[in-house]
Write a protein that binds this ligand. Structure first.
Ligand SMILES: *[C@@H]1O[C@H](CO)[C@@H](O)[C@H](O)[C@H]1NC(C)=O
Ligand SMILES: *[C@@H]1O[C@H](CO)[C@@H](O)[C@H](O)[C@H]1NC(C)=O
Length: 210
């Protein structure tokens, strides 16, 4: 009796320590708002990220330091709009073969251990050597992530359940006017402008073979 109880306890300890050795990242909440502080080789920006999985949409509103505001609006049908709301009235769109990031997009990431980042003790994973992801050990909230390009993201707020009003998701009318100037420039922006998701979802969505 005693030995089988001991054995069961030992087994329990083994199983739980195996689980503790290799935690998995929390799925993204279905809807949240986050303010992201971005440093890309010294170019700073703030991103208002509105992730809205049930409505199939994702928004990055990008404020470059002392610069312009860029709107990167993505729909789950693969259509994205990238525009300004200033007098320049620029808009480009793209049709990608993947939608927005799935809540479980971090599944299959490789666990790298724990590290302190921005003053938070984090579990760290990497996925496809494309992204390094840091999640608070206690709250399971993302704290930081970093792309292979060196773009570094610090999560300043993380409001689970926050949803941006529908009217804010309407791309401006000049996004729907056919104009000579409206050639798709997204591929040129991929590395140099502050947005990140199309590149990210392109790779994680499997449209690029790694
Ligand atoms: C931004 O990142 C660079 C490294 O790429 C670092 O030298 C610099 O101190 C950072 N600046 C800020 C304001 O975080
Ligand atoms: C995808 O959805 C958006 C928003 O409803 C729409 O503007 C766009 O035209 C759609 N794209 C396609 C290919 O249906």
């Amino acid at each position: 009796m005693a030995s089988s109880a001991t054995y069961a306890l030992l087994l329990l300890l083994l199983v739980s320590s195996a689980a503790a050795e290799s935690p998995t990242p929390a799925a993204w909440p279905l809807q949240f708002h986050s303010i992201l502080y971005v440093n890309y080789s010294g170019s700073l920006s703030l991103i208002d990220l509105w992730y809205d999985w049930p409505n199939g949409r994702n928004f990055n509103i990008i404020q470059d330091q002392l610069g312009s505001v860029l709107y990167d609006l993505e729909w789950n049908n693969g259509t994205s709009f990238f525009y300004s709301l200033d007098s320049a009235k620029t808009c480009s769109s793209a049709q990608l073969d993947v939608g927005i990031l799935r809540p479980d997009w971090l599944d299959g990431a490789e666990y790298l251990g724990q590290e302190s980042v921005d003053g938070f003790l984090c579990n760290v994973w990497q996925k496809l050597r494309f992204i390094w992801y840091y999640e608070d050990v206690v709250t399971k909230r993302p704290v930081h992530w970093e792309f292979y390009t060196g773009r570094s993201i610090h999560v300043m707020t993380f409001d689970v359940g926050a949803v941006l009003e529908d009217e804010k998701w309407q791309a401006p009318v000049y996004c729907f006017e056919k104009k000579e100037s409206q050639i798709d420039r997204r591929s040129e922006y991929k590395v140099d402008v502050g947005y990140m998701e199309p590149q990210l979802k392109g790779i994680l969505g499997g449209s690029m073979q790694l």
